[in-house]
Design a protein around this ligand. Sequence first.
Ligand SMILES: [Mg+2]
Length: 381
Amino acid sequence: MRISRIETFLVPPRWLFVRVETDRGIVGWGEPVVEGRSETVRTAVEQLSELLIGADPLRIEDHWQVMTKGSFYRGGAILASAVAGLDQALWDIAGKSLGVPVHQLLGGHVRDRIRMYGWVGGDEPAEVADSISAQLEVGLTAVKMNASGRMSPLGSVAEIDAVVERVAAAREVLGPHRDVAVDFHGRFTLANTRRVAPLLEPLHPFFLEEPTVPENSHLIGGLTSSTSIPIATGERLYNRQEFLPVLQAGIAVAQPDLSHAGGITEVRKIASLAEVYDVQLAPHCPLGPLALAACLQVGFATTNFLIQEQSIGIHYNQGAEVLDYVLDKTPLKFVDGHVERLTGPGLGIEIDEAAVRRADKSGHAWRSPVWRHDDGSYAEW
Ligand SMILES: [Mg+2]
């Protein structure tokens, strides 16, 4: 079997899909994307395709090595995400060629269902409560929320109170048997995190995410030792080497993104490394159906897997939804807050190719917002 054609599709709301075709008629799909940089990743995928056309798609590890290291210069979000989407497609082809789901190729399933969580928004505590109620209605038992909007470097009493009130409102709706994770989104300075984390401890957040920007990972050890809240990070870390320092610093939850951190091949290795540090895997996934399916395939085969993020109904999904590009929506249906084991071949979902080709004609130009503080200076989003 040889790879004969590789195409990319820029589809709303903010995703990029890749379709890898073989001379045997087996087609694999993946999602190589950096939110806000889809066109740049598309170009990287096109360049990497030169390495794959004519090659045996089943030599996934070798392709990963060559794609990741073969241009001498390596690393970073763009390249690791381009590799990630192609890697997902190669695993999809491998599963389809053998008629088995990817998790079977990773050693078989270690669980029957995966717990899912959803996003809740809202600026006021009352809106948070309404938004959580909507997620409970679809059956979820865990949610995640941004703790704040724009945050001053040293938060005022009002800013800090607002964070605590929001999480308290969530806890009140959820009660003691359901979970709320809190995402600081890199918006908090170390000083803010130090001040706020102890105030959140009585509310028992499931985990506290990105308490500092990734380039300040060297500070994370001071936080993990100063709070009882499990610290999570990793959506902006792209390989094992970048995860190692935060694992050594005592995080509790590793959050590689299957579309950013080198795909199934590398995230499986990150999970193995995390296991050595007694750290649970909770892959980042505010993305589309292929990224989500790749997360789930890893989850079904990985012992130290905690929970899966998904973005059905997230506020970014303007113009298209996660399930719009999937023919049979039942594999991704929630049952008691879980997704049952995917049993279809490859990634376990069937892409609606006609819908994807149609969507690519309009494309998208999604960009991350740029925020500013009151004095006009740059603020973390
Ligand atoms: Mg996050």
